[in-house]
Design a protein around this ligand. Structure first.
Ligand code: SF4
Length: 108
C-alpha cells in the first residue's frame, strides 16, 4: 500500500521475487540481508505525501525513479488504476509501466 491505497497485489512469492511496482521494489531493496555487509541501505527518495494534499496523477510520481528514467509524463497527469499485469493472473499493479490508458500492455 502507498498513500492509503493498494499499489500492488499478488501472492507472497510474487511480491518477494517478482515485484512490479516501483514502490514495492524500493521497499524490498531497503531490507537488510542477514550475512551481507553494506555501508548503506537503498533508500526511496522523498517523503510520503499528505493524504489531504496528494499530488496529481500517481501518488508515488514525485519519488519514482522509473518515471524519470522513462520520461513518463502520464504519471503526473492521470492516476493509474489497479490492473492485472499481462500474463500474470492474480498479480495486480497500479502503475503506467504495465498498461496504457486503454488497458493495453505498455511499451516499457
Ligand atoms: S505510475 Fe508512473 S510514477 Fe507511478 S509508480 Fe508507475 S512509473 Fe512510477
Amino acid at each position: 500500500m502507498y498513500a492509503g491505497r493498494i499499489v500492488e497485489q499478488a501472492n507472497t512469492d510474487d511480491i518477494f521475487h517478482n515485484a512490479k511496482h516501483p514502490y514495492t521494489m524500493g521497499l524490498l531493496k531497503s531490507i537488510p540481508v542477514i550475512g551481507e555487509r553494506t555501508d548503506k541501505l537503498d533508500v526511496i527518495p522523498g517523503v510520503v505525501p499528505s493524504l489531504i494534499d496528494l499530488p496529481a496523477g500517481c501518488s508515488f510520481a514525485p519519488r519514482c525513479r522509473q518515471r524519470v528514467e522513462h520520461d513518463m509524463s502520464i504519471c503526473t497527469e492521470i492516476d493509474p488504476e489497479l490492473k492485472t499485469v499481462s500474463n500474470e493472473e492474480g498479480h495486480l499493479v497500479r502503475c503506467w509501466l504495465y498498461h496504457d490508458y486503454d488497458g493495453h500492455e505498455a511499451p516499457y
